[in-house]
Design a protein around this ligand. Structure first.
Ligand SMILES: Cc1cc2nc3c(=O)[nH]c(=O)nc-3n(C[C@H](O)[C@H](O)[C@H](O)COP(=O)(O)OP(=O)(O)OC[C@H]3O[C@@H](n4cnc5c(N)ncnc54)[C@H](O)[C@@H]3O)c2cc1C
Length: 402
């Protein structure tokens, strides 16, 4: 027999974005139901692996900076409400040739928005940040307003606070269908029908699958595999190093952009991962299906587990760090959901009144989750938000084509 639930808003998917939206809605007194196919804080989507970088001088585009400011404020609110430390301020070090995206993009955002930052020559880097083995033509940019967000605790805190504020949460239950009805959209969770005034869809890598034919999103998003490795710290560094050691992103001359978190477990390991691969690696991957970087993933199957090839590739990068062992202690694989322009999708679905979407976070969305939650709650409650999300319009590709 079918069960039927009525509510004001349903949030589909309680990962990074959905958990924050659920809490913001419940906090505003909205009758809200959150549905998650696994358990919040799980390791099968895009939000596991213990740490995510937050930076303010945004190399992906100076236009993101006001949204990062909103995210910092919203993380503070979550930390206050949860009485927990969910963000660690370590500062961030961008490394690479002066013309690389990491250096020039961050510098541009910092200049445009008057953000405190410091340019570091190779000599100053060697003295202050001896962890990094730099080539003489590479430079650094240090930003203090940066650090690490702890993804699993942040998701669990938001879901717990939402429940305390009255949200109903269905876990280990998958939404099987969404029917966008102008009056009252319906969400099906197996045999259970939920009728709501608004549906917020934050299904991460599963978003296109849940909305087939509804959300074109510029021809669709690509779900890709990424691998993380935790490498042992083998020796102490000269005490000139900053404490805690800053998170870093390094742009290699061949176009590989990789990153690391040196200071989360008391100096035992450094976690590293590759954000973007070089053009040469991409070309090799295209010839050799199964290459580890950017390999397409069916989210229902999940990304291939890490293997020897992954360990070798990450080990090559770890060799650019002083005092770090060559073999990872452990590894994990994760999914990126890439849009064609690598900018997010946040907003109303024009053809389907009642649907609000957030997805396509293209490997750099977690730091914004706190502000995305506020924006989604605003959109679901009032139809609009003051937060700067116009550039993430889900229909931006429609107008370009027309
Ligand atoms: C290895 C890696 C490193 C990253 N590093 C950074 C970083 O340093 N800084 C940064 O800002 N960002 C980073 N990101 C990106 C960031 O983590 C993602 O952009 C963000 O986590 C995406 O959140 P989401 O809510 O869209 O997806 P998810 O957190 O995966 O949430 C989607 C949720 O929806 C649920 N769901 C899906 N379908 C259904 C259904 N039918 N019914 C019910 N539930 C459903 C899923 O189970 C999941 O819980 C990184 C990502 C990866 C993979």
């Amino acid at each position: 027999m079918n069960e039927r639930l009525d509510t004001d808003t349903v949030v589909v998917g309680l990962g990074a974005m959905g958990s924050q939206a659920l809490w913001r809605l419940a906090r505003e007194g909205v009758d809200v139901i959150g549905v998650e196919q696994f358990a919040p804080g799980h390791a099968r989507g895009s939000s596991h692996g213990e740490s995510r970088i937050i930076r303010t001088a945004y190399l992906e585009g100076a236009e993101y900076v006001p949204f990062v400011h909103a995210a910092w404020r919203a993380w503070d609110e979550l930390q206050d409400a949860a009485q927990a430390r969910l963000v660690v301020r370590s500062g961030a070090l961008m490394l690479g040739p002066p013309e690389s995206g990491a250096i020039s993009g961050s510098a541009l955002a910092a200049r445009r928005h008057d953000l405190a930052h410091e340019h570091l020559s190779a000599e100053v880097l060697a003295e202050r940040h001896p962890r990094h083995l730099m080539r003489p033509d590479e430079v650094g940019l240090f930003e203090e307003a940066a650090g690490v967000v702890l993804p699993e605790p942040a998701i669990l805190a938001a879901v717990r606070l939402a429940q305390e504020a009255g949200a109903r949460v269905l876990t280990h239950r998958a939404v099987t269908r969404i029917e966008p009805d102008p009056d009252r959209p319906r969400v099906w969770v197996g045999d259970t029908e939920i009728r709501a005034r608004r549906v917020v869809v934050t299904a991460g890598a599963w978003l296109p699958r849940l909305l087939p034919g509804l959300a074109d999103l510029g021809g669709g998003v690509r779900v890709e595999r990424r691998v993380l490795g935790w490498f042992p710290i083998t020796g102490p560094l000269p005490d000139t190093a900053t404490t805690p050691e800053p998170v870093f992103a390094r742009d290699e001359p061949d176009g590989t952009l990789w990153y690391g978190f040196p200071s989360l477990d008391g100096g035992r390991t450094i976690k590293i991962g590759v954000h973007a691969e070089s053009a040469a690696t991409r070309a090799a991957g295209a010839r050799r299906p199964g290459s580890q970087w950017g390999e397409p993933v069916d989210p229902d199957v999940g990304p291939r587990p890490p293997d020897q090839d992954d360990a070798r590739r990450l080990g090559e990068l770890a060799a650019e760090l002083r005092g770090v062992g060559p073999l990872p202690e452990r590894m994990a694989s994760c999914m990126y959901t890439m849009t064609s322009d690598e900018h997010f999708v946040i907003g109303h679905h024009q053809g389907s009144p009642g649907l609000v979407l957030a997805g396509g976070f293209s490997g750099h969305g977690f730091k914004f989750a706190s502000a995305v939650g506020v924006a989604l709650a605003d959109l679901a409650r009032t139809g609009r938000t003051d937060l700067p999300i116009a550039m993430f319009d889900p229909h931006r590709w429609d107008s370009r084509r027309g």
